[in-house]
Design a protein around this ligand. Structure first.
Ligand code: SF4
Length: 751
């Protein structure tokens, strides 16, 4: 079945002409990124956008949401007063299933625990016209790749790893729920026109190297901030040497370098994947548009003229990598890993090895991992640590169960978890280590910030390709190099593993597995959205108050975050996922993970009024009750990581007025703006040091708040001295209206 084929036909209908017009308009050839962006620009949006400077309005083709973020997005959509979504949209129940025992038991517990949330999302989907993917159907990005992604399309998703669909040539961008609400309400979606990084791939991978190593290497080059404001466009002969799902892995993890998204040009590997997933008619359509779905020849000839920067990776020379701990850009070629473990005192013993997730659970990934397990089982080897597999979708699970790979992986000790996020998002009830115990885990996932997987800040989480993770599970040691080292089997015989091999796609086609899709109702007008009045999981939203027309004065400093302050630090996941539809209850986790520059335990701060050291969220509630505005101070790349808008709504809900940081991560900055918060940056980053714990802060100039004009911060220190500094912002005129209205949603409601 091909979902929304008419919509895709509409996108493809006039592609050639539109691209021709754009070439004329801007007077040059086009990169693939530009082809997609320009062809989705709102008509009449005439000025040619300038990279990294101007904003443009676009019409995305579709929206995807996962269950943790969908709750708030749907609650916001309900407040908008719209009757039905304006573009094809889907909800995927993948984040709320906690991994503990095994797939069957964990899924059945989740169905019970999250019953009211699933009923809410299912009933809202039916009513408002969204496709609903039940718990157990799979992880959002894998399901999107298998069913919805199409080359040349533009989609947004309320999850940071939405770019996964770039593996099928779709420009897929992670956003906050409020952006999704705009698009579902039929409004244009605003994007700061990105810079474009060209990554030229040459050569061909072999041996132990896998597509994951391309992005692990790139993360090492670009760092977690290097992709901010940029789209990464892959080109060069090496692209054709990577499978469609391998390309998906690379694009998925582009989120780890902060890139807006990543994309590959359409090719035969994508066509093959479309045919294999029951979309031959779409493959035929895309094949005819190959010129339109790839960069212009002139771009490939002289890429330096079209890309803002170019990075070249020779796949033939690429070594497998292991990245981590605590940051995905700490990239170690596998030959250097053993030394890195010694030099840095990383725990050598691997406690748990985990493969799968939305990043690496394609047929190819599982087949290659199984090839290692098969040889190992033959030689009498088994995993030396806990070894778990999370299939990305029910389709994948059913297929690898039918074709025998799951059996082989379980033979060496593997345990199969539900088709869900589980340990990738902190939904993992571990029993093997105590909280606070230093330990190492190795995953084929994407993100490895502290506490991400299991809530334990002492867990050293490393990321690698699934083949490497499987091999390392057999050794149980992070110092093992499968390319050069020997293992001992039960008889004490020395043996070396052989490089993995695997099929790109199943020869017998995919097995559908259990039906997980529920279509929307034809007429949803009579359907009631289910929210229990006394629910502690869901709560209808009340609009935030509008700006009162005055400067923000005499505010206290709630927290001064030092170092990394990701959305996981601002609004942690794990046990808090259950409150993602209840803003009041969820707000008790505000800044729970933030390291306060003024000392105190992470998540704690001094209450300036009472002098007591309390949880930051308690202080925020106290200030709110006393009607004292507060400011949170951030370091570099504040709000990086997940796209969750809760990290922007909670501060607003608890009376926050302003976040001032050295710099912001893109999605989070937009989320703050949408919720009516002021997101400002120090003009001089050194001014961060001027903020003291008991300062009173005033933001001056709001009556003349304008795009491109800085604001002033007056800092009154408790010793009577005063500093005045300049604050920059990136608000455009439309975003200033959000601020004035109290939130972007308030503006939609007014319509
Ligand atoms: S990155 Fe992890 S948490 Fe996010 S969708 Fe993928 S599997 Fe789920």
């Amino acid at each position: 079945m091909i979902f929304d084929l008419d919509m895709i036909k509409q996108v493809y209908k006039d592609l050639k002409n539109r691209q021709q017009q754009t070439r004329k308009q801007i007077g040059r050839s086009l990169t693939l990124t530009e082809k997609i962006l320009f062809s989705h620009q709102v008509d009449g949006n005439t000025p040619i956008p300038e990279r990294k400077k101007s904003y443009a309005y676009l019409h995305p083709d579709r929206v995807a949401m996962q269950d943790a973020t969908a709750q708030m997005a749907v609650l916001q959509f309900m407040s908008s007063g719209r009757k039905k979504v304006a573009v094809p949209s889907t909800i995927h129940c993948d984040h709320l299933i906690q991994a503990e025992v095994n797939a069957r038991r964990d899924l059945s517990k989740a169905l019970d625990d999250n019953k009211e949330v699933y009923e809410f999302l299912a009933s809202a989907s039916k009513k408002y016209g969204l496709g609903f993917w039940k718990p157990g159907a799979g992880i959002i990005h894998q399901v999107v790749l298998e069913n919805y992604a199409f080359s040349g399309g533009l989609m947004i998703g309320t999850d940071s790893h939405t770019p996964n669909a770039g593996g099928l040539g779709m420009l897929a961008i992670g956003v906050g729920g409020a952006d999704a609400v705009d698009v579902m309400a039929g409004l244009p979606w605003e994007l700061k026109w990105p810079a474009i990084t060209g990554v030229k791939l040459t050569g061909k991978m072999s041996g132990w190297t896998s597509p994951k190593d391309v992005i692990l290497k790139l993360a090492g080059i670009m760092t977690v901030k290097g992709g901010t404001g940029k789209i990464v466009e892959y080109f060069g002969p090496g692209t054709a040497a990577i499978s469609c799902t391998g390309k998906g892995t690379i694009c998925n993890m582009g989120a780890e370098i902060g890139a807006t998204t990543s994309i590959f040009p359409y090719d035969e590997r994508m066509s093959k994947f479309l045919r294999s997933t029951g979309r031959s008619a779409l493959a035929a359509m895309s094949n005819k548009l190959i010129k339109e779905l790839t960069a212009d020849p002139q771009v490939l000839k002289s890429p330096e003229k079209y890309y803002d920067e170019i990075i070249e990776i020779d796949l033939s020379k690429l070594e497998p990598h292991i990245n981590g701990p605590f940051s995905p850009d700490k990239a170690w070629p596998i030959s250097k890993m053993a030394q890195a473990v010694k030099d840095n005192g990383y725990p050598e013993e691997i406690k748990v090895a985990l493969i799968g997730s939305c990043t690496n659970s394609s047929y190819e990934d599982i087949d290659r991992s199984a090839s290692i397990a098969k040889l190992a089982a033959k030689k009498g080897l088994t995993a030396k640590c806990e070894f778990v597999i999370t299939p990305g979708s029910e389709q994948i699970r059913a297929t690898v169960a039918r074709d025998g790979q799951l059996k082989i992986l379980t033979q060496i000790g593997g345990k199969v978890l539900a088709n869900a996020c589980g340990p990738c998002i902190g939904q993992w009830k571990r029993h093997d280590v105590q909280p606070g115990e230093k330990n190492t885990i190795l995953t084929s996932y994407n993100r490895n910030f502290a506490k991400r997987n299991d809530g334990n800040s002492a867990t050293h989480s490393f990321v690698a390709g699934p083949e490497i993770v499987t091999a390392m599970a057999l050794a149980g040691k992070l110092t093992f190099n499968p390319l050069t080292d020997y293992l001992l089997n039960k008889k004490g015989e020395k043996m070396r593993l052989e490089p993995p091999n695997g099929k790109e796609l199943p020869a017998k086609g995919f097995a559908p597995g259990a039906q997980g899709y529920v279509p929307p109702a034809k007429d949803g007008s009579k359907i009631e959205v289910k929210i229990k009045p006394a629910s502690e999981r869901l709560e209808k939203l009340q609009p935030f108050t509008a700006w009162d027309g005055n400067d923000y004065t005499d505010m206290v400093v709630l927290v001064k975050a030092q170092g990394k302050c990701t959305t996981d630090h601002i609004s942690p996941a794990g046990p808090w996922l259950r409150f993602r539809g209840h803003l009041d209850k969820l707000s008790d986790n505000l800044f729970n993970g933030a390291v306060n520059a003024f000392g105190h335990e992470a998540g704690w701060a001094k209450n300036i009024i009472s002098g007591e050291v309390k949880k930051i969220s308690q202080n925020a509630r106290d200030y709110k009750a006393r009607q004292i505005g507060w400011v949170a101070i951030g370091d570099e790349n504040y709000g990086e990581g997940s796209s969750r808008e809760h990290a922007a709504m909670e501060p607003r809900f608890l009376g926050g007025k302003v976040i001032i940081a050295k710099s912001f991560a893109r999605i989070h900055e937009t989320n703050l703006k949408k919720q009516g918060m002021l997101a400002l940056t120090f003009k001089n980053p050194e001014d961060y040091n001027k903020i003291r714990e008991d300062d009173r802060l005033s933001v001056i100039g709001l009556k003349e708040f304008k795009a491109g004009v800085s604001l002033k911060l007056v800092i009154n220190h408790s010793d009577g001295s005063q500093d005045e500094i300049e604050l920059n912002h990136s608000y455009n005129e439309a975003q200033i209206e959000w601020f004035k209205a109290g939130s972007a949603l308030n503006l939609i409601g007014k319509e």
